[in-house]
Ligand binder design. Structure first.
Ligand code: FAD
Ligand code: N01
Length: 547
């Protein structure tokens, strides 16, 4: 039989879409259960985020000793990180090391994009269609498609007329890009821009930073990892990983468990100074109510504003860099290496789009309503259609032909961020409605993968072949996710967490903000209660015949 025909006839236990950290670990766990699994990946290699986001300065903002897999002690002892916050090339090498260690590539089909998936009730099977292979059939589909994997190019008039080079940070070329002697425009001032601008400015002739909304950024204080620090972690890894899994964010971090308003002005300032010196996202742990109480949050905002004013020499530029339209932390906080200092360089110009928006891209550069800028290259650091964009690009048809696009028309509806009612046997790793992007994502990925693997093992031993989310349980979970979000300051920001960066996208707070530890307990309790809120059915005659 030709290979394509043989593949079409075969029914896998599981198809996994995506070979980032989620898909890789899922494959490893399924093999351990003796299930047949095939991974389909659009890129030509593993690593997901770290395969695609190769822009200068890309690095993690969760410490590498923590932003790494904890499921295998051999793996965590063997791998050595060189920096506290490792750069993209090193994280990609790590992903490849994981693939080599567990011999993952032999079950991954690369350079293949999944375009559609449809459920057949009679055979209890998904048929997964791709852009370059015969359709693949499987009893279960696991979407490990990533929360930040659909880059977003803004619709700016004349975009395609530009004669120079254009880049998106989330789809960066694989070869080194040299900006020497080039005039570069960077559109956007989110995390990707804030990481890349200082590196590009050190090389380019001139950089224009086109800023629509300023963001808060904290210095990372990145440094090489000292041998003793690494040894401490490695001696105590098992206990520390277990502790991290119980925290709010999946990161061991020094939370100061009191209100910002409980300290005097002087003590608060001294404490913020300490945190600023410590650096990184830990700043948001300065007090326990920065995400809850506007008055507390305002104290942190005022401190960071003061810092920006003290770093940026030109007071007019400093004022333009002050974020004022959202509480600190309600958009993903940025972490940088010399971002604000970069605006003291003579070859960097901040273009404030607030009063003078971009009107068009021209063959030679970019026009704002006030001025034309001649550019050799434009970098779109304009973010992602986060959390739902990648899933909704796939044409998914579940029970009775219902589509995921219809079922999520008013925003993503899931049970635990793991399944959506009407899409039987389709799981999502770090789907909307789970802590996902509000956490150390490797911790959240491991938790979802383990939960899904254990669920599949349970189904097999209990002779269940189909699992679906119960509609009422899902509705209650969606209401809970909303309720918890609205007890915080997060919904006050026009963030991508809210879908606010995509014109026309429903504005709902998508991740679950109840915390990684609390969420894990809920998931475990639900499993222990026989998968409460899920509906499981026995194998039908048709399924048995197909097996
Ligand atoms: P991804 O890594 O996004 O992998 C998904 C894969 O699915 C991709 O390879 C994609 O090509 C593939 N795919 C998608 N759709 C299809 C399809 N239809 N067909 C075939 N293949 C498909 N998180 C942290 O916790 N800490 C950090 O410091 C951190 N830093 C980040 C820095 C950047 C620049 C970005 C963009 C994100 C960062 N994140 C960070 C979030 C990061 O996305 C996660 O930590 C993690 O890497 C996600 O892994 P994943 O496997 O779930 O998804
Ligand atoms: O994207 P973003 P990102 N004209 O959406 C601007 C993770 N990550 O790629 O705010 C002009 O944050 C937009 O402006 P505005 C992390 O979770 C982590 O930077 O819409 N500007 C904004 O400034 C992060 O949150 C790291 O007004 C336009 C920017 O583009 C997530 O990925 C590093 C525009 C987009 O910012 C996304 O970050 C990198 C237009 N038409 C990424 N359209 C770490 O450090 C958009 N913008 C770990």
């Amino acid at each position: 039989m030709p290979q394509d025909a043989a593949e079409s006839a075969r029914i896998h236990d599981v198809v996994i879409v995506g070979a980032g950290f989620g898909g890789m670990y899922m494959l490893h766990r399924l093999r351990g259960l003796g299930l047949s699994a095939k991974v389909i990946e659009a890129g030509s290699g593993v690593g997901g985020t770290w395969y695609w986001n190769r822009y200068p300065g890309a690095r993690c903002d969760v410490e590498s000793m923590q932003y790494s897999f904890g499921f295998s002690d051999e793996l965590q002892q063997a791998w050595r990180w060189s920096e506290l916050f490792s750069g993209q090339p090193e994280i990609l090498r790590y992903a490849n090391f994981v693939a080599d260690t567990f011999d993952l590539r032999r079950d991954i089909t690369f350079n293949t994009r999944v375009q559609a998936a449809s459920w057949d009730e009679a055979t209890a099977c998904w048929t997964v269609s791709t852009d370059s292979t015969a359709p693949v059939r499987a009893h279960h589909v696991i979407m490990a498609t990533g929360c930040l994997s659909s880059s977003r190019m803004p619709d700016i008039a004349g975009r395609d007329t530009f004669k120079g080079r254009t880049f998106h940070t989330g789809q960066w070329p694989h070869q080194e890009i040299d900006f020497t002697d080039q005039v570069v425009g960077v559109i956007g001032t989110g995390s990707s821009a804030i990481q890349s601008i200082p590196v590009i400015a050190a090389q380019a002739k001139h950089v224009y930073v086109f800023q629509r909304t300023p963001n808060f950024s904290i210095p990372s204080r990145n440094a090489p990892i000292q041998a003793e620090y690494e040894a401490q972690w490695k001696r105590d890894y098992t206990r520390r990983r277990a502790e991290a899994r119980k925290t709010r964010s999946g990161v061991l971090s020094p939370l100061n468990d009191k209100s910002a308003l409980a300290d005097s002005e002087a003590d608060r300032r001294a404490h913020y100074e300490q945190r600023w010196k410590l650096g990184g996202t830990y700043f948001m742990q300065s007090y326990n109510d920065l995400a809850l109480n506007k008055a507390s949050n305002d104290t942190a905002v005022a401190f960071v504003h003061e810092k920006i004013r003290s770093i940026v020499q030109d007071p007019a530029i400093a004022e333009k860099l002050l974020p004022t339209n959202h509480p600190i932390g309600t958009k993903r906080i940025c972490v940088d290496t010399h971002y604000y200092e970069t605006f003291n360089r003579p070859n960097v110009t901040l273009v404030d789009l607030h009063d003078t928006p971009i009107s068009q891209i021209t063959p030679d550069g970019l026009d704002t309503s006030a001025q034309s800028y001649g550019l050799d290259a434009i970098i779109f650091a304009t973010g992602f259609d986060a959390m739902t964009g990648t899933l909704l690009k796939i044409d998914i048809h579940g029970r009775n032909g219902a589509t995921l696009r219809d079922s999520w028309a008013a925003g993503p509806h899931t049970y635990l961020g793991l399944m959506t009612a009407g899409m039987p046997n389709m799981f999502m790793i770090t789907g909307p409605g789970s802590p996902s992007v509000l956490s150390n994502m490797i911790v959240s990925i491991e938790q979802h993968v383990d939960w899904i693997a254990e669920c599949l093992a349970w189904m097999r031993s209990n002779r269940k072949s189909v699992i679906d989310a119960d509609q009422a349980a899902q509705d209650a979970w969606v209401a809970h996710v909303n309720d918890v979000a609205h007890r915080t300051l997060y919904p006050q920001a026009n963030s991508w967490y809210m879908g606010a960066n995509i014109p026309g996208k429903p504005q709902v707070f998508m991740p679950y903000i109840g915390g990684v530890g609390v969420y894990r307990e809920k998931c475990e309790a639900i499993a222990a209660a026989g998968y409460e809120g899920f509906v499981m059915t026995h194998a039908t005659a048709a399924v048995q015949a197909a097996e």
